[in-house]
Ligand binder design. Structure first.
Ligand SMILES: [Zn+2]
Length: 435
């Protein structure tokens, strides 16, 4: 049954930088945004009403890079005490044999609920396919259909242990795509040799030709300045006419390249239309582990890539798994880390950064994203005034709307201060202010 419609009053509609401080009303019919007009100019026509009270109304957040098969496994079978990427991979390899269909589905559903409750409407999850039985993949393919009412989940075939360096790696990738994976993943820098890594990249593009699927690979996730697979990816993207359909995640080696090489690389990435996804929560703790001091930040060149006109997005990557014991499924947490590590704290930069968890990753997923008449009624009312405040406060998602239906709602937290000597103290404040 189609929703009865919805009427949101007094919203500041994204992007607030172009609409200024003006308040708008938004009318939804069925699953579509029917009208947007200055506050007070539209009749609600009997639709159920929500009062945004001056808050930001944003397109849903997008998590373009997460590992839903590994979420909530932290400590199983042991904790990653060194905190390194490699101990994470080894710990995961120990956990993998005990994966079951039900185990994967239950953990992923819980993390998806966390993300949805905090405003995420589109999730692209890598799924480790270095498993002869593809247990996690089969579970997530099923879950993808079961969560359609609350989120758009897309799955990426991810060869965690390599394709050439893992037995039957190519066939497992092909099988994952046959079973219904949406996107081809990869990990060329993890193959045993440079040549194997290059061959892996060519295999991914050949598979893309066969299947018509886009590519989203892990690339150069290392502090080794000699790890240079991204140039191979960019070249094949152009030769195969796949501009706009290729995403490279992490690319942390770019934080260690010399400026001459980085300049050349950025030029070809722009021509190739490759999207770069930074994963600052994981990489600020995983990288730089072999350094003493000065210690590298180990993040890709977010600010410079963005300034060069390259589509840049921000992913959550891990939620309580062997690589990252923290995380709560908040894309605004990930974005907060990004603006710190990338030093994007200028006023305009904060607004710019907000696009990295909304419109930029949606463009990479080839999905129209925005709050406009005629588009699907997918949006979030955040308990804050604008995008910069969303980054600062990481506020409650008051209402999360998908297809014209409220799929999650959250009451903002409030605190009470008790002053000494006062029997009627009670100052109600909102920690952090605003909203
Ligand atoms: Zn990842």
């Amino acid at each position: 049954m189609a929703p009865a419609g919805l009427f949101v009053r007094n919203a500041r509609i994204h992007p607030t930088t172009s609409t200024g401080e003006a308040l708008s009303d938004l009318a939804v019919d069925g699953d579509t945004i029917a009208a947007i007009a200055p506050a007070g100019a539209l009749p609600p026509d009997g639709r159920p009403e929500l009062d945004a009270a001056g808050c930001l109304l944003s397109p849903p957040l997008v998590d373009p890079h997460v590992h839903m098969d590994a979420v909530l496994t932290v400590g199983e079978p042991r904790y990653n005490e060194s905190g390194t990427l490699i101990e994470g991979i080894f710990t995961w390899a120990e956990r993998k044999p005990s994966l079951t269909h039900a185990d994967v589905k239950a953990r992923a559903l819980e993390a998806i609920r966390w993300e949805v409750a905090q405003g995420t409407g589109l999730i692209r999850s890598h799924v480790d396919v270095c498993d002869p039985n593809l247990v996690a993949l089969k579970a997530l393919l099923e879950l993808r259909e079961e969560v359609r009412d609350i989120v758009d989940l897309r799955l990426i075939a991810f060869p965690q242990d390599g394709i050439l360096s893992f037995p039957n790696g190519k066939e497992l990738m092909r099988e994952a795509m046959r079973l219904g994976c949406d996107v081809i993943g990869g990990i060329p820098h993890y193959e045993w040799t440079r040549d194997d890594g290059v061959e892996e990249v060519h295999f991914l593009f050949d598979l893309a030709r066969e299947t018509g699927a886009p590519i989203d690979l892990h690339c150069d996730e290392t502090d080794d300045e000699q790890s240079r697979f991204l140039e191979v990816v960019a070249a094949r993207t152009m030769r195969d006419g796949m501009e706009g359909r290729v995403v490279a995640g992490h690319t942390t080696a770019m934080g260690s390249y010399n400026d001459n090489y980085a300049f050349k690389l950025i030029q070809i990435l722009r021509r190739a239309g490759v999207t770069i996804v930074a994963n600052p929560l994981d990489n600020i703790v995983l990288q730089g582990r072999f350094d003493t001091y000065p210690k590298r930040r180990g993040m890709t060149r977010v600010k410079e890539l963005d300034a060069a006109g390259i589509n840049v997005a921000c992913g959550h990557d891990s939620i309580m798994d062997p690589w990252y014991p923290l995380g709560r499924g908040s894309m605004l947490d990930a974005l907060s880390m990004l603006v710190h590590v990338a030093q994007m704290t200028g006023r305009a930069e904060l607004f710019r950064a907000y696009e990295m968890v909304t419109t930029n990753p949606a463009r990479a997923a080839e999905v129209p994203w925005g709050v406009k008449e005629g588009l699907p009624a997918n949006f979030v009312v955040f308990d804050c005034a604008d995008e910069a405040e969303a980054v600062r406060l990481r506020p409650a998602a008051r209402w999360v709307v998908r297809g014209g239906r409220i799929v999650a709602e959250t009451e903002p937290a409030r605190s009470v201060i008790h002053r000494a000597g006062s029997t009627t103290p009670v100052s109600f404040i909102k920690p952090g202010g605003a909203g």
